[in-house]
Write a protein that binds this ligand. Structure first.
Ligand SMILES: Nc1ncnc2c1ncn2[C@@H]1O[C@H](COP(=O)(O)OP(=O)(O)O[C@H]2O[C@H](CO)[C@@H](O)[C@H](O)[C@H]2O)[C@@H](O)[C@H]1O
Length: 481
């Protein structure tokens, strides 16, 4: 089976969050299930740098007003199709924001272009290669199924995966005439949404199937509290909606071989984590002691419940804990953690910004990772935590609920516990969870058992890639029917 995957970020080429991890790792895992994937992504400067030997295979004269080439490249096991379109992608800043951190004003055009190029490849093939099915990720690729629906050629089966419904790609009606879609596409069963153009809405409306990144989140988004306005449409399409939990790349994330660590270790050599813990404490300016070291690796946002953590820092310190925060995002939250670090010298440290190697060291050295999310489609940092013996302390929501087994008396007795969970996400519940975690930590035998049980969890892509392959097969059957 041949699949075209389309995403706006793909690890290791460009990453701002978990979408990149998934878009980079899933194709490799699918390969082991007999699915061959080519991934279409934008040719940002970092991507063009990394794939210098890429070969042009298709020229597009007018892609929403710009000239573009599709390049074929291989990178670290990934088969890539790069949308080389300098007018849209050759510019400073990140994939979505300019150097000053503001959204690019033409993001609608940039990602409609990605979707339109994808639809062309899906329906016409490229360089003798024809996909059987197309799998698009998040709002940036969500217009692809709509472009297929309104094109002259027959459409091929499509799956859209929601990684985060909070980002919907909602724009004014004034962009519609520039999208190169027929007028009747501006309708309730097309791309129109609340009088404007909704990219994610269009994808949810026109794709053959919808998935999200955990079974719990697939249920949650049917409710107004989590559906963020799209719950009506999702309920309407509920029979086409499924949840498949994310895996992780267990080669990139392997404490036995991870070169970002000061010391390698496995579940039989957990004592070697001490060297990583010392390196981590030093990096964050934390005092040495034998209390638990908590970490956070996160976008600093409301979604991630970072305000709840900022509110409970004093309690965490009073419990004898230390806290290392790696993150960036909301300026107010950055300031709150900077203030906490000033108030608790040697107990709280923050590194602002994005630092992939440091995130590995933190998983390899901290005792626990705190994830107090208000909603979490899947979450990856708890999976990295499980793999690294960094015990996840998580809010009971979405994928966090599906991947962490709370250290309840029953789970401890059954030797099944892998972390601590609490809910709903409130400061009081987080406080209680931190207290419970410290108590568990103070019983070394129990703590080690939880770490080891977590390290035994299957967080690989193996099972979930199989579920995606099965879903693809179902869609191909539907096409034949
Ligand atoms: N400052 C920093 N420095 C270095 N690394 C950092 C970092 N901040 C975050 N990261 C890394 O970025 C990734 C974030 O993963 P999350 O699962 O939290 O995804 P995110 O919320 O971005 O995406 C959405 O998509 C993913 C994928 O489906 C879902 O798991 C998730 O629930 C959903 O919100 C992890 O690899 C983490 O280590």
């Amino acid at each position: 089976m041949q699949v075209l995957s389309v995403a706006s970020e793909v690890y290791p080429l460009v990453k701002t969050g978990g979408l990149a991890d998934v878009a980079g790792a899933l194709p490799l895992a699918l390969g082991r299930h007999g699915v061959s994937v080519r991934t279409l992504m934008p040719g940002y400067p970092a991507v063009m740098q990394a794939v210098r030997d890429a070969v042009p295979v298709l020229r597009i004269e007018d892609l929403l007003g710009a000239k573009a080439n599709i390049l074929l490249a291989k990178h670290q096991g990934l088969d890539l199709l790069i949308l080389d379109c300098p007018a849209f992608f050759d510019r400073p800043g990140g994939p979505y924001v300019d150097a000053g951190g503001q959204d690019h004003a033409d993001n609608w055009r940039r990602f409609a272009a990605l979707s339109k190029a994808g639809a062309t490849i899906a329906q016409q093939g490229i360089d003798g290669w024809r996909p059987d099915l197309v799998h698009v990720h998040d709002w940036q690729a969500a217009m692809l199924p709509a472009y297929m629906r309104y094109a002259a050629e027959p459409e091929i089966p499509s799956l859209i995966t929601i990684h985060n419904i909070a980002f919907q790609g909602q724009f004014g009606a004034d962009i519609f005439p520039h999208l190169q879609l027929p007028p009747h596409a501006f309708a309730m069963d097309g791309v129109e949404y609340y009088g404007g153009v909704g990219f994610l809405k269009a994808g949810l409306q026109t794709s053959w199937a919808i998935s999200t990144v955990s079974p719990s989140y697939a249920e949650e988004i049917l409710e107004p509290e989590f559906g963020m306005g799209l719950e009506g449409l999702l309920n309407h399409r509920a029979s086409s909606l499924t949840g498949i939990v994310n895996g992780i790349d267990t080669e990139v994330w392997n404490p036995e071989t991870d070169s970002n660590l000061s010391a390698y270790y496995g579940s039989a050599t957990l004592e070697a984590r001490e060297a990583n813990k010392r390196a981590l404490a030093e990096r964050f300016g934390l005092a040495e002691d034998d209390g638990p070291l908590f970490c956070v690796i996160s976008r600093l946002t409301w979604q991630k419940g970072m305000d709840l953590l900022a509110e409970t820092v004093d309690d965490l310190v009073a419990l004898g804990g230390r806290l290392a925060v790696l993150g960036s995002g909301d300026r107010g939250l950055e300031s709150a953690f900077l203030a906490a670090a000033e108030k608790h010298p040697g107990r709280v440290g923050i590194v602002t910004g994005y630092d992939e190697p440091l995130s590995h060291l933190m998983q390899g050295g901290a005792d626990a990772i705190v994830i107090p999310s208000r909603f979490e489609p899947c979450g990856l940092t708890q999976l990295y935590g499980l793999r690294y013996g960094c015990v996840p302390v998580v809010a009971r929501t979405g994928g966090l609920n599906d991947t962490v087994i709370d250290a309840s008396p029953a789970a401890l007795a059954a030797k099944a516990a892998t972390g601590v969970s609490f809910g709903p996400a409130t400061p009081d519940n987080l406080r209680r969870a931190l207290r419970r975690t410290v108590r568990l930590y103070q019983d070394p035998k129990l703590w080690t058992a939880i770490q080891k049980q977590g390290m035994k969890s299957d967080v690989s892509w193996e099972m979930s890639a199989g579920l995606y392959a099965a879903l693809y097969s179902q869609l191909l059957v539907k096409k034949g029917a």
